[in-house]
Design a protein around this ligand. Structure first.
Ligand code: 13P
Length: 252
């Protein structure tokens, strides 16, 4: 099963209205000749309309960094899935480790967010990953198992077919300390085997599993060449059009 790689840029809480437009233009220009890779950017919520204006009509997808688990109503500060769809977003992150860490998001909450995203027609990129202490304690696989079975449990096969997973070891995020290609592949293969148990081999083999955590132009090619690594969720390096495009090139 050949899976088209996806390179997604998580801009986190960076940029302002002007620099977001500049960055979006730069990404558009530098990636325009790439055909064999899907590309998406996740700007902060208030900057999404400006970025969409730049990327309108282009193949570059735009997404939110988070989504509410609620449909609508008195939830101050939240952003609903249908708001993102109505703007023209195609993707949304769910359960990023920074949301889990700073906003205490549980696997159960992530599952509800994934459901809202799917119901609104978005492609959820569900993030999983162990902390350093969990890895050191030999708990990597049990942590990932819970995140995947709870966070992505009970979907219909048609729903699961639209989900993207991002494996982001927490100890590799923003630290410059990336997982080795073998460390990444080991967990990606584990996730795919879990999906086979949950949803069958056809869906498991079609699901894109991205790697995230200090992906840079210098390490992207080797990571992307692993059998079960189908792209990248890029943080810091996605703030440079040049670096982000170089990473996309190494996948496509
Ligand atoms: P860095 O690429 O900055 O390590 O961030 C990874 C990440 O969290 C992407 O969502």
């Amino acid at each position: 099963m050949s899976r088209k790689p996806l390179i997604a840029g998580n801009w986190k809480m960076n940029c302002d209205a002007a620099s977001a437009v500049t960055l979006a233009r730069d990404v558009l220009q530098r990636t325009s000749r790439l055909r064999n890779v899907d590309i998406a950017v996740m700007p902060p919520f208030p900057l999404i309309p400006a970025v969409l204006r730049v990327l309108d009509g282009s193949p570059i997808g735009v997404g939110g960094q988070d989504v509410s688990a609620e449909l609508a109503g008195a939830y101050t500060g939240e952003t609903s899935a249908s708001m993102l769809t109505s703007l023209g977003c195609g993707y949304v992150l769910a359960g990023h480790s920074e949301r889990r860490e700073y906003h205490l998001e549980s696997d159960e909450l992530v599952r509800r967010k994934v459901g809202r995203a799917l119901d609104a027609g978005l492609i959820p990129i569900a993030c999983v990953g162990e902390k350093l202490a969990e890895r050191d304690a030999g708990e990597t696989f049990s942590r990932i198992e819970r995140q995947v079975t709870v966070g992505l449990g009970g979907l219909t096969p048609a729903e699961m077919a639209r989900v993207v997973i991002a494996y982001e070891p927490v100890w590799a995020i923003g630290t410059g300390r990336t997982a080795s290609p073998a460390q990444a592949e080991e967990v990606h293969e584990y996730i795919r085997n879990l999906l086979t148990t949950m949803y069958g081999s056809e869906i498991a083999s079609a699901t894109r599993i991205l790697y995230g955590g200090s992906v840079k132009p210098g390490n992207a090619r080797e990571l992307m060449s692993q059998k079960d690594v189908d792209g990248a969720l890029v943080g810091g390096a996605s703030l440079s059009g040049e670096d982000f495009a170089a990473i996309a090139e190494s996948a496509g």
